[in-house]
Design a protein. Structure first.
Length: 504
């Protein structure tokens, strides 16, 4: 769910019109994947390539859990996160065809109390805006408050009024998970059944996607479940499973390549699967119509000129063919799905390490092989930049840790920093003394805490209990001998914006 658009590059194979499998796929793919998994420290991954109605590749690599002999296969489950969004977009498009709603309906028609930060946007915002990332909010804005939190869906929707947009309504793109949640919550308003039930009945049951789950709850106990990892601080470390059903329509599906093959085959066959209609061609077309422009000029690295966003799916040209794709990121998982109807080609790549771009490099490598782009090793192109960024990141953390070791005493006793702090969007955090430092508790994340160690200049080094949230220098504002506020940051994987909490 967390990945919006990755950095991109170029590559190879015979012309896409050839009935023959490209040599990269038939001769080199396994070795390429195994080397990529080693270079990017990926415990396990599953790869699907559909061509001309059949799976050319449907294979697992590596292990579901480090230290155990649990090989990944076509039924191994991964959080597919924001790849859920096309299911939600398709559901809304289908309800429009059934005349139960229209994409131009104002959101307030269904949620009379719905509010955005700007009153004019509140009056104008419609269902298409929700599904097209059109609100002018920043990418991931608000997600630190929402992701893995104990907030209900209704509470998240109510808090959208507090998201002050840095961009312009209906002009600027900002990837918005709470928008897709709101769109999904329209389904029970017009059908009387939940988003989960609708997705199950209309898509999963019809396609025979029997391994796929609409909920992340209990995922750790599911048989054949991949375990989540991150290597952001060095070697891969295990992460707790996310609990993100409160954002369900934006990203709670758990699936495998065996099931996604059916969903993607339906996309390639104009809404049919095994000759039977699942959704109409009109619905498929509706989801693919680009409503938001992300880019309209030639990419310096890829054979692409434009990128659009439809209803839960990206849309671009790629070496003369039209491609559709989405990525998905949850803590410990990054995934993508892609289909190229003109080439009768579809791809799905599921991985269980969130600190890598190989899942994207491999997708472009496969596209290049089938669409006739001269070969360049995508993984190596991505890897150099990624390693340089990681070295810089680790050096910054080491510098902060060195400051902690050399720091004296804070300007005020630790007791002056303890107490309750409030942010209008998030709510409250509580800071208490612990040993020589401080401990932060988060009102809406009962399973999350953070340790604060003094590092000088009224700053503390914040280390979250869940490694995925990161390590950050955390400044306090002191005036008149009193602590006024603290600025809290979490990983960009969650949200780019910091939060200022004012001391109560």
């Amino acid at each position: 769910m967390r990945i919006a658009l990755a950095c991109l590059l170029i590559l190879a194979g015979p012309f896409a019109g050839s009935a023959q499998t490209p040599s990269f796929i038939s001769d080199s793919l396994d070795a390429y994947i195994r080397q990529g998994m080693k270079d990017w420290q990926i415990p396990g991954m599953a790869v699907l390539v559909l061509k001309d109605g059949r799976p050319v590749v449907m294979k697992g690599y590596g292990t579901r859990e480090l230290g155990k002999d649990e090989p990944v296969d076509e039924h191994t489950l991964f959080f597919i996160a924001s790849n859920t969004k096309l299911f939600t977009g398709t559901a809304i498009a289908e309800l429009e065809e059934e005349k139960k709603l229209t994409l131009t309906d104002p959101v307030t028609k269904y949620f009379p109390g719905f509010r955005l930060y700007d009153s004019n946007a509140t009056r104008l915002v419609d269902l298409r805006d929700l599904l097209s990332h059109h609100l002018g909010t920043g990418t991931f804005q608000g997600d630190f408050s929402f992701w893995n939190s104990n907030l209900s869906r209704d509470a998240i929707i109510a808090k959208m009024r507090l998201l002050q947009p840095p961009g312009q309504f209906r002009q600027d793109y900002g990837y918005c998970n709470s928008c897709f949640l709101t769109a999904g919550e329209l389904i029970p308003k017009v059908t009387g059944i939940s988003w989960e039930e609708f997705i199950q009945q209309r898509f999963l049951n019809k396609l025979g996607m029997t391994y796929t789950h609409t909920s992340t709850e209990g995922a750790a106990a599911l048989p054949d479940m991949a375990h989540p990892y991150t290597s952001v601080f060095g070697d891969p470390v295990a992460l707790p499973f996310d609990h993100i059903d409160n954002l369900g329509p934006a990203g709670s599906l758990v699936s495998c390549i065996g099931d996604l093959a059916k969903w993607l085959q339906m996309q390639l066959d104009s809404g049919r699967y095994e000759g039977q209609p699942v959704v109409s061609w009109k619905v498929i077309q509706r989801t693919r119509t680009g409503g938001t422009i992300l880019r309209s000029m030639l990419s310096p690295m890829l054979p692409m000129h434009y990128t659009l966003y439809g209803l839960g799916i990206f849309n671009a040209d790629y070496n003369g063919k039209q491609i559709y794709w989405h990525t998905g990121g949850a803590f410990g998982f990054v995934t993508n799905t892609c289909f190229v109807p003109e080439a009768h080609l579809a791809i799905a790549i599921l991985t269980n390490n969130d600190d890598q771009s190989f899942f994207e490099a491999l997708r472009y490598q496969i596209l290049d092989a089938y669409l006739g782009v001269p070969y360049v090793n995508r993984s190596l192109q991505f890897l150099g930049r990624a390693r340089a960024e990681k070295e810089t990141h680790l050096a910054q953390i080491k510098h902060w840790q060195d400051q902690v070791r050399s720091a004296g005493q804070p300007s005020l006793p630790l007791s002056a920093f303890t107490g309750s702090y409030t942010n209008p969007l998030y709510g409250k955090v509580r800071i208490e003394a612990e040993g020589k430092g401080l401990l932060v508790h988060f009102e809406h994340h009962p399973d999350l805490s953070a340790r604060l160690e003094y590092m000088g200049d009224d700053k503390f080094l914040m280390t979250y209990s869940n490694p995925a949230y990161g390590i950050f220098a955390t400044p306090f504002t002191i005036a008149g001998g009193k602590v006024k506020n603290v600025t809290v940051k979490a990983s960009d994987f969650v949200e780019y914006d910091p939060y200022v909490f004012v001391k109560d």
